[in-house]
Design a protein around this ligand. Structure first.
Ligand code: PEP
Ligand code: MG
Length: 571
């Protein structure tokens, strides 16, 4: 199967199928002669849960609020409704699958219907259905009759196979050591892919039917560099890929020797290679790869997978940890880019075009209290190192003015409390909307530095939803419009003496390093795992030779010609 490569390397391991994090169950076939037994297992789970709920109802203390009984009655009603008590049995029979999977399939269908209900009260009952389903699943999994699929070694040998997961789901895998992660949906620069890349394991997105075709525990080879998986390989393929895996490891070890080498071109031009992070713990990897700073800390991940919001102290601790560990090197912290595909828990995506909706700075400006909390936390942390504030998705001068007013207000708040902060803290903006790219002078005048977010800039220039795999093949960093915009931003900033960086995924694509250097870019921020390879490319490049070729490329309108020129540039 082929998909879009997200993170290189080769993994060999056993498939572990994932569904939505909340309802995560295995899927396996049940032979015909065991179907009756499987259905009986489901009925037994129903009985257990019914007894549990009835037991709880009997034990309600007299002092408890009345709603508790009503709530338990509602759960009993949901449990006994045919959609939950009968439909999964039919699925077991027709699909010949295990009871947990049948329940999950039915629950997903039910929950989808809830999303379409207009009545607010009824729609909120979705949470009750989820709770009852979870009770049932627990009862099923805890039964003596349940035989889990045989465990095939530890986490390190598991390949996670998902249909689609939100960035919030994927970030939770950071605490684990899985071998690989592959999904059916998603584009190469979707936030799900970006987080997958930061797991530092071979990853592929947009495989379309992997989740449906691969079975639990099936042996897989994942080639994250080519974006290809081999299901149930024969011994020859297995031996070949074990060899390639070994070679890949050797290459990575060799690259590590460049950690402390300065990124300087053959004609002695210094390039600043910084790192992108999602969580404070990522700093370790940043240091291991010898980054000269953090060019993008995506703070919104501190806000995901929780019911509350991180308060000023919690955020301050997180930012201070990063700033301290970076020990004087620049740390560019972006104010939260929430909204669109990164919703705070409990918020459903409600607009028809979330990428064009209330996202990033737009959301911050409608939630000034939340924004001020974050600005104060950042300013407090600025006292402990070299911190810069970065604002995502700016579009107009009026937004910049509002941001600068809030920064002034946050500073005043700290002055009033006699809390120290760096008075010279720089405020920069991300250029990721074509309007901002075209009007970059406005930004140069008002901000201390700029950073190009090519993931969004490409999304908005080419009108391609980053998260939509049906259009991901149209995503093209080499589109002449994109190259013209990127080159123009860099040129204008360099002329004005305004620091300019690039922190989208283009920065970590070694095939584009020379092109970007030729545009005049001298600061790139990327996922730490990409850094040493990009450094190797910088070390092998001669700007004097690159520059004339790059100006020709900017004039070439034909995509095929452009690709051929890029190949020559990289030769
Ligand atoms: C970008 O858009 O290029 C960027 C770096 O920000 P994000 O990927 O978080 O949207
Ligand atoms: Mg962006």
């Amino acid at each position: 199967m082929h998909g879009i490569p997200v993170s290189g390397g080769i993994a060999i391991g056993y498939a572990h199928l994932l569904s939505h994090a909340r309802l995560e169950v295995a899927h396996y076939a049940v032979p015909q002669y065991q179907i009756a037994e499987e259905s009986a297992r489901f009925d037994a789970a129903l009985k257990t849960v019914r007894a549990e709920l009835q037991g709880l109802r009997k034990q309600i203390p007299p002092t408890a609020p009345q709603e508790i009984e009503a709530f338990l009655n509602l759960h009993l009603m949901i449990l006994d409704d045919a959609t939950l008590s009968k439909a999964p049995r039919q699925i077991i029979e027709t699909e010949q699958c295990n009871a947990e999977w049948a329940l999950k399939v039915q629950a997903d269908a039910l929950l989808d219907q809830f999303d379409q209900i207009e009545d607010g009260y009824l729609r909120e009952r979705k949470a009750d259905v989820i709770q009852v389903v979870e009770r049932l699943l627990k009862a099923l999994l805890g039964q003596p009759g349940y035989t889990p699929p045989p465990a095939m070694g530890g986490e390190e040998s598991l390949i996670l196979v998902a249909h689609d997961l939100s960035p919030a789901d994927v970030i939770q895998f950071k605490e684990h050591l899985f071998a690989s992660f592959i999904t059916d949906l998603g584009g190469a620069t979707s936030h799900t892919a970006i987080v997958a890349r930061s797991l530092n394991i071979p990853s592929i997105v947009a495989l379309h039917q992997a989740r449906q075709l691969i079975r639990e525990n099936e042996l897989l080879i994942v080639d994250g560099t080519l974006g290809m998986i081999i299901v149930d390989p024969d011994p020859q393929a297995l031996a070949e890929y074990k060899l390639r895996q070994h070679q890949w490891e050797l290459e990575r070890q060799k690259l590590k020797r460049l950690r402390d080498t300065r990124a300087t071109t053959l004609d002695r031009i210094e390039v600043d290679l910084q790192a992108n992070i999602e969580l404070p713990d990522d700093v370790e990897e940043v240091m291991e790869n010898g980054a000269t700073g953090i060019g993008l800390f995506r703070t919104e991940f501190l806000f995901l997978n929780r019911d509350d919001l991180p308060d000023e102290d919690e955020q301050f601790e997180a930012y201070r940890k990063v700033v301290r560990e970076m020990d004087g090197l620049p740390v560019t912290i972006r104010t939260y880019d929430l909204g669109a595909d990164k919703q705070i828990n409990g918020n459903e995506i409600s607009s028809t075009n979330p990428a064009l909706g209330l996202r990033a700075i737009r959301l911050s400006l409608t939630e000034p209290q939340m924004f001020l909390v974050q600005l104060r936390a950042m300013l407090r942390a600025s006292h402990y190192g070299n911190l810069k504030i970065l604002i995502p998705m700016l579009m107009s001068a009026s937004e910049i003015n509002q941001v600068l007013n809030y920064v002034a207000q946050a500073k005043q708040g700290l002055e009033d409390r006699y809390v120290p902060y760096d008075r010279g803290v720089e405020v920069g903006g991300m250029i990721e909307i074509p309007a901002a790219a075209l009007a970059v002078n406005t930004f140069i005048k008002k901000l201390d530095f700029l950073s190009i977010g090519t993931n969004d800039l490409i999304q908005y220039t080419l009108a391609i939803d980053r998260t939509d795999d049906t259009v991901s093949h149209l995503y093209d960093p080499l589109h002449p419009a994109v190259l013209t915009l990127v080159a123009q931003i860099i040129k204008t900033c360099n002329k004005a003496g305004k620091p300019i960086a690039l922190c989208g995924e283009m920065a970590g694509d070694v095939a584009l390093t020379r092109l970007l250097l030729g545009f005049g870019l001298r600061q790139l921020s990327m996922h730490p795992a990409r850094l040493l390879e990009v450094k190797q490319q910088v070390l092998k490049s001669n700007l004097r030779e690159i520059a004339p070729q790059v100006s020709k490329m900017l004039r070439a309108g034909d995509p095929d010609k452009l690709r051929a020129m890029l190949a020559r540039l990289n030769a």
